[in-house]
Design a protein around this ligand. Structure first.
Ligand code: AHM
Ligand code: MG
Length: 332
């Protein structure tokens, strides 16, 4: 870590200096995501006092009950980006259709899961936000869905905000992964984790094991294997599951291991969303040297068919993910 504080804005400006052709809009966009993070962190810190826990009484496009904080987090993204002139489209896990912005020339498309881990809202547990940025080649000259429905390899930046004991912003623009911690007393994100590298193998697995009996046998066998006593391979692994994908993947990004939300016998597509959760986290983890797969193919290569489509997600240390693939594909 640097000996003197490096703020998010300074870091972004320095990165941009290496690209003289850059107009600066992209840098402002990342700074604005940081601003959304600060605004939501501010709400979350006093959520239990301000009557914003619980549900709105509505159901979202995913068929899930909407929490008041889901709505607040989504509105915050909309508010910050609607008149910013920075993005031409905002697509969100909480909105059925992408929101088109009325700005000629804005060249970026922003995709967000505004509040990840919403089952944690009412119990003061970690939450997150996930984002990715794509470049729009067409503006709004054709239905935006068509342009959004490209593989994850088309993302030019991705990251997350983790609302944990501290608020952190972790992102990649395709040149490594960097983590910033919000210093609340001065309202600045300071570089705390430069060039994060995920260990090639870990000792932690993160999965909702309550679903064990719904999994195909390869997935079950993989999980069973993690509990075997074997000093040479570092097993048994420790189980850690918070119910917040961002928090669980963050732990693994820093310490190694594997997170799984696998396909189930009656639900082979799993639970998590490709465009808002799988792709952005896959870009982050790959940039840190890890792997992300459906069990049979690289997440970033999945051809999306629909904006809200689900995908099985197995992500983390490269060796652990390869081992899981071997079991799932019946090779182990
Ligand atoms: P959300 O974005 O609606 O909160 O859903 C995603 C969450 C992940 O954060 C978490 O890993 C998973 O769903 C938890 O699901 P489950 O309760 O089935 O274990
Ligand atoms: Mg989520």
């Amino acid at each position: 870590m640097a000996k003197f504080p490096i703020t998010l804005s300074r870091f972004i400006i320095e990165q941009q200096a290496a690209h003289p052709e850059a107009t600066g809009e992209f840098s402002v966009l990342l700074t604005q995501i940081g601003l959304v993070g600060k605004m939501i962190a501010h709400d979350l810190r006093r959520a239990g006092l301000n009557k914003i826990l619980g549900t709105t009484g509505e159901t979202n496009i995913q068929g899930e009950v909407v929490k008041k904080l889901d709505q607040i987090a989504n509105d915050t993204f909309v508010r910050v980006f609607e008149h910013s002139g920075l993005v031409c489209v905002l697509a969100s896990e909480e909105m059925e259709k992408p929101l088109k912005m009325v700005h000629e020339g804005a060249k970026y498309m922003l995709l967000v899961d505004p509040l990840d881990g919403s089952s944690n809202t009412d119990v003061n547990m970690p939450l997150g936000a996930i984002f990715s940025i794509r470049r729009s080649k067409l503006g709004q000259r054709q239905p935006v869905e068509d342009e959004l429905l490209q593989r994850g390899t088309e993302q030019i930046a991705a990251g997350y905000v983790l609302y944990g004991a501290s608020t952190m912003l972790v992102f990649t623009v395709g040149q490594g992964v960097h983590g910033f911690t919000l210093e609340p007393s001065i309202g600045e994100y300071l570089l705390s984790n430069e060039n994060i590298r995920i260990p090639s193998k870990g000792k932690v697995y993160s999965v909702n094991e309550g679903n064990y009996h719904r999994w195909p046998s390869g997935t079950q066998k993989y999980l069973d294997s993690l509990k075997v006593q074997d000093k040479a391979t570092g097993r048994p692994y420790s189980g850690r599951y918070s119910g917040c994908l961002v928090a669980d993947v963050h732990r693994i990004l820093l310490g190694g291991g594997i997170y799984l939300y696998p396909g189930e016998n009656d639900k082979p597509e799993g639970k998590l969303r490709l465009m808002y959760e799988g792709n952005p986290l896959a870009m982050v983890v790959e940039q840190a040297g890890g792997k992300a797969t459906t069990g049979t193919m690289r997440i970033l290569d999945v051809e999306p068919k629909a904006l809200h489509q689900r995908v099985p997600l197995i992500i983390g240390s490269a060796e652990d993910v390869s081992q899981a693939e071997a079991y799932i594909q019946g090779r182990a």
